[in-house]
Write a protein that binds this ligand. Structure first.
Ligand code: SF4
Ligand code: SF4
Ligand code: SF4
Length: 244
């Protein structure tokens, strides 16, 4: 069991909260882009807190906190907010590359090439204060609105098969085009399926006709993690289903 909503009374709506740290708010906008679908499940969920959608000043008790953006080290408002999220939320979901892997916040030092070692801000998946609280990662910059919707449905239905990759990504410290090369292509696991190329929002990955494998343009990568998440070979180190 990845996570259980057993403690939630079936007649009580699941309370969702949306929070942003250092971010462009694009991930929250992506949630708004699934508005039509969201209205269909409003009898099941309640948007209990969002700086874009509600006027609430106080953060209420919530079941699921969707957090976008990176944590700025030593920044008092972020420390205060994260403490409150930890106290008020049952589980936390890191939404988008910034919250999950660092994303553009790790690429923002003097227009240098991506340097994941830059530590001015860190993804919430690496934050000691939220250790054990961040249960899932949704990759993307921003994530596809339909993916957000499907994730939300899976969360409500406790669809473990669907949720499993999102849970595994909590432990992927970096998830960028680098990882596609080192974890998949260089290990000989790549089948040349092209999924990573289609998943990349910045066209940082191209297909080499010569090698029949993806090639990576590091200057275009924003560290959103979509390529690694989409790659069917990237989960190879994890236990695979056994077919009788
Ligand atoms: S992941 Fe992309 S869309 Fe989301 S907050 Fe970061 S920069 Fe904005
Ligand atoms: S290569 Fe593209 S899909 Fe992969 S992390 Fe970079 S921007 Fe995202
Ligand atoms: S998605 Fe994975 S297997 Fe497919 S081309 Fe990209 S790296 Fe190779």
């Amino acid at each position: 069991m990845i996570y259980s909503f057993n403690e939630f009374d079936e007649d009580i709506k699941v309370k969702l909260g949306f929070f942003h740290l250092s971010s462009c708010s694009g991930c929250q906008i992506a949630f708004l882009d699934m508005f039509d679908e969201l209205t269909e499940i409003l009898d099941t969920v309640e948007i209990a807190y969002s700086n874009l959608l509600t006027n609430k000043k106080e953060i209420p008790k919530i079941n699921v906190a969707f957090v976008e953006g990176s944590f700025s080290i030593g920044f008092e408002p972020h420390i205060k907010l994260v403490r409150e999220i930890k106290e008020k939320a049952d589980i936390v979901v890191a939404v988008g590359g910034c919250a999950a892997f660092g994303g553009i916040r790790r690429l923002n030092v003097g227009a240098q090439a991506p340097q994941p070692s830059h530590q001015a801000s860190i993804p919430i998946t690496e934050l000691g204060m939220l250790k054990g609280k961040v249960k899932y990662v949704i990759p993307g910059c921003p994530p596809n609105p339909y993916l957000l919707y499907r994730f939300l449905l899976a969360l409500l239905e406790i669809d473990e098969d669907f949720l499993q990759p999102f849970e595994h990504m909590v432990f992927s410290t970096f998830a960028s085009g680098y990882d596609i090369l080192t974890e998949v292509v260089n290990k000989g696991l790549c089948t040349g399926c092209g999924t990573c190329i289609c998943a990349c929002p910045t066209k940082a990955i191209e297909f080499s006709r010569k090698t029949q494998r993806p090639i990576f343009n590091r200057t275009l990568c924003v560290g959103c993690g979509s390529c690694l998440a989409g790659c069917p070979q990237s989960f190879k180190p994890y236990p695979q289903p056994v077919y009788e």
